[in-house]
Write a protein that binds this ligand. Structure first.
Ligand SMILES: NC(=O)c1ccc[n+]([C@@H]2O[C@H](COP(=O)([O-])OP(=O)(O)OC[C@H]3O[C@@H](n4cnc5c(N)ncnc54)[C@H](OP(=O)(O)O)[C@@H]3O)[C@@H](O)[C@H]2O)c1
Length: 336
């Protein structure tokens, strides 16, 4: 493989019947004033009113649409992300057939529009929370809601064994929405493996999986390849390791890694963040790779000239971190 622009043509999201752009946009950094990505506080530069954040979200969504992004990812816990997205879809006259929208349930937003809230979100994977958040998501997104995911399943959680809950999810699936899950933590591969085994009505329950995979944390790859082979749609999140795989990461402990990334980005004539995204788009099992851009400039930089080759793969292989260490670092990120 020599200098290769990765294939960004739209493709099916597994066997869901949905067709997705290879780059999607996640709204975690857009729907609320506080988030854990490295420079979130600086990005917002004091403009944290609901109106300012909605205007910023519209600008990033417009830029994404212009650049061919047709998958958008929200969650009940991303502040007003679902409402901002719904308002934008209505304002731009975008009909459900022209876009794929996923959202998530399982965390309740509790920060009340504060950056320094004591508790930003509360996790609860129960039937009661599922039914309440399903109604809330439907109320906001209406027929645009294509995919409803359990937010952040971990290998040690009990959610995949809760038969009442799985039956409630299956009921929504019968009514026409696709259902999926997202995973977090050092044992994502185990959680994904378990999810692939869940069957109801004699059929696999989950239509998609959304997991973290990036140049630093690659442990989920075999499980994601298995999911893809089984016809389960694969969405990749945290492609930039929450901003660690961008020029913004000036951590002294990352000096050698940064130099390697910059060397490869320069050789290919692209930005470090586009290089990190291209590394994932180049994986045959990845259907959609999420950009978490908080500004239009970041979105432009993320999607500029996605290029990847064997030399980049070889030179960047040493960046991989032990999953437990990676997730410990992620857990220590501050809300800004
Ligand atoms: N459990 C889950 O289900 C889960 C968890 C996490 C994310 N997600 C989904 O995945 C999406 C993406 O995840 P993410 O935002 O956490 O991860 P990410 O893509 O790894 O990081 C995105 C962040 O990187 C920084 N960045 C991007 N481009 C940059 C550039 N050119 N220069 C400097 N900094 C740049 C920005 O942060 P700053 O500007 O703030 O530094 C941006 O917010 C989310 O929006 C959400 O939809 C799901």
């Amino acid at each position: 493989m020599s200098n290769l622009a990765v294939n960004t043509a739209a493709r099916p999201l597994g066997a869901t019947g949905l067709v997705v752009s290879r780059i999607g946009l996640g709204l975690a950094a857009l729907g609320r004033p506080g988030y854990i990505n490295l420079g979130h506080g600086r990005d917002l530069a004091g403009a944290r009113s609901v109106e300012a954040l909605e205007a910023r979200t519209f600008a990033v969504l417009d830029e994404a649409w212009r650049r061919g992004v047709r998958y958008f990812d929200a969650a009940r816990s991303y502040g007003r992300a679902e409402s901002f997205l719904a308002h934008w879809l209505a304002r731009r006259g975008i009909v459900p057939d022209d876009v794929v929208v996923g959202s998530k349930w399982g965390y309740t937003y509790t920060a009340q529009w504060q950056v320094e809230a004591e508790v930003h979100e509360v996790k609860e994977h129960t039937v009661a929370v599922f039914e309440r958040q399903w109604r809330e998501s439907r109320e906001r997104l209406g027929d645009h809601l294509d995919l409803y995911q359990i937010h952040s399943v971990t290998a040690d959680g009990s959610v995949l064994h809760d038969q009442r809950l799985l039956a409630a999810i299956a009921q929504r699936k019968r009514e026409g929405v696709r259902v999926g899950l997202t995973t977090s933590g050092p044992d994502q591969a185990a959680a994904i493996g378990r999810a692939l085994d869940v069957e109801l009505d004699g059929r696999r329950l989950f239509d998609s999986v959304q997991a973290t995979w990036n140049l630093l944390e690659r442990s989920a790859a075999p499980a994601l390849a298995a999911a893809h082979a089984a016809g389960v749609g694969v969405i990749v999140k945290e492609a930039l390791a929450n901003g660690r795989l961008t020029d913004r990461n000036t951590d002294a402990g990352f000096t050698e890694q940064r130099a390697r990334l910059q060397q490869q980005a320069q050789r290919l004539g692209i930005t470090v963040d586009a290089l990190a995204l291209a590394a994932i788009v180049a994986q045959p099992w990845a259907d959609v790779v999420l950009s978490g851009a908080a500004t239009s400039e970041q979105l432009r930089s993320n999607t500029a000239a996605l290029t990847w080759d064997d030399e980049a793969a070889a030179r960047l292989a040493p960046l991989v971190e032990a999953p437990v260490a990676y997730w410990r670092r992620r857990a220590a990120l501050a809300w800004t």
